[in-house]
Write a protein that binds this ligand. Structure first.
Ligand code: ZN
Length: 135
């Protein structure tokens, strides 16, 4: 099953990087006609999600609200590395998504984009994409 590991540089402490074209190009290059595309980040302070990519205000608002819900400093955090908020956000959002593939194309909605979510950057992250053929 085709698999590729991309390196994605995140530009700031919190950042949502649109990786849709990387994933779409990979699926077109190697993907089967019908299948499932798994997008995964092997990191505990990053995540992957799908949401509107047309208006950048949407992901800005998601970041804003996550910051409100999960404050960076909390005297009750125990994790000594000091980045508990990033771990919590990663756990809430999740580190993978599955997208159906039909006729060799990702079945994303018109306004949907795939984002690698950074919660403790800037860093270089790995993004693993695998396409599973469905017979
Ligand atoms: Zn940590």
């Amino acid at each position: 099953m085709p698999l590729r590991v991309f390196e994605v540089k995140t530009p700031s402490h919190t950042a949502f990087v649109d990786v849709t074209e990387k994933v779409r190009s990979f699926v077109r290059e190697v993907g089967p006609k019908e299948g499932l595309c798994v997008v995964y980040v092997p990191h505990t302070t990053a995540a992957v999600f799908i949401n509107e990519g047309a208006d950048p205000s949407v992901v800005r608002d998601i970041a804003y609200k996550l910051d409100q819900l999960v404050e960076w400093n909390d005297p009750n955090y125990r994790h000594l590395e000091g980045n508990s908020a990033a771990h919590i956000k990663s756990a809430i959002i999740g580190n993978s998504r599955v997208i159906p593939v039909a006729d060799g194309e990702l079945l994303l909605g018109t306004w949907e984009a795939i984002f690698l979510a950074e919660f403790d950057g800037p860093r270089t992250r790995r993004l693993i994409v695998q396409v599973i053929p469905v017979i």
